[in-house]
Design a protein. Structure first.
Length: 256
């Protein structure tokens, strides 16, 4: 694959970076990323993932745009209220960069259908807001041998972690949170609140990590940092991280 003069001009600021270069930009154009959740994380993350030139995007969300979303979900505007997020997101990507291949799913994620959505992807970025969905996505990623970036945000805190539980010695998301959260019973930002810019920080950091993971085979941006969870604190503010080790008793990846 080579880049046309128009694509070279579009991604010139990437290409002059020695950590990315022409080879990295070509690599991104050949990647397939599945973005699960188009809310506070997925909405701004998608804008930077599309801007990075990731060639194939699968967008997954069964929700509709609400007025309360507009405080932090930067993809949408007032005219989008009442419309499906996946449809609006595809329309935005198509208008932003028609060269990208975009497919959508507006079905609710379940343990039964998520495998079909992630099969064959190079990376899944999960920005959903409940543990049941996150664990279903994680389990499917391990089963289909697809790396996972999991991102979450609430109030003034965010977290972003990269997981590859299908690889020997590497943890999956279930190793991190355990089995206690399979039910859809976690708090949401409706109860706890959220600073809009905090969602943007977590989302753009997740987009950065997605590019890092996708370009890891080329080495320019370093290792994919499997099992490392970054904590973003918007009040202090500060960024810190810790490592998750593989749980040999994990019901999803313990055998890997």
């Amino acid at each position: 694959m080579s880049l046309s003069p128009e694509r070279l001009d579009r991604f010139a600021r990437h290409i002059v970076l020695p950590e990315i270069g022409g080879a990295g930009q070509v690599a991104l154009a050949g990647k397939h990323l599945v973005l699960v959740g188009l809310g506070g994380i997925g909405s701004p993350a998608l804008q930077y993932l599309a801007a990075a030139g990731i060639g194939k995007l699968t967008l997954v969300d069964d929700d509709k745009v609400e007025a309360s979303n507009l405080q932090r979900q930067t993809l949408y505007n007032t005219r989008d209220i009442g419309h499906g997020k996946a449809v609006v997101a595809k329309r935005w990507v198509t208008g932003f960069d028609p060269a990208l291949d975009v497919t959508i799913s507006d079905r609710r994620i379940t343990a039964e259908n998520v495998g079909d959505l992630v099969t064959g992807a190079d990376l899944v970025l999960d920005g959903t807001d409940n543990f049941a969905t996150r664990l279903a996505v994680s389990d499917a990623c391990v089963a289909e041998r697809v790396p996972l970036l999991s991102a979450a945000v609430g109030r003034f805190q965010g977290q972003v972690g990269a997981f590859a539980g299908h690889l020997p010695g590497e943890a999956c998301y279930r190793c991190f949170v355990g089995d206690a959260f399979d039910a859809e019973d976690c708090d949401t930002c409706a109860e706890d609140g959220m600073l809009g810019a905090m969602a943007g920080w977590a989302a753009t950091f997740a987009a950065l990590q997605a590019v890092r993971v996708l370009l890891a085979p080329l080495g320019g941006l370093g290792e994919p940092q499997w099992g490392t969870v970054f904590l973003l604190d918007g009040l202090r503010p500060e960024l810190r991280n810790f490592r998750i080790t593989k749980d040999p008793a994990c019901s999803t990846c313990g055998h890997s």
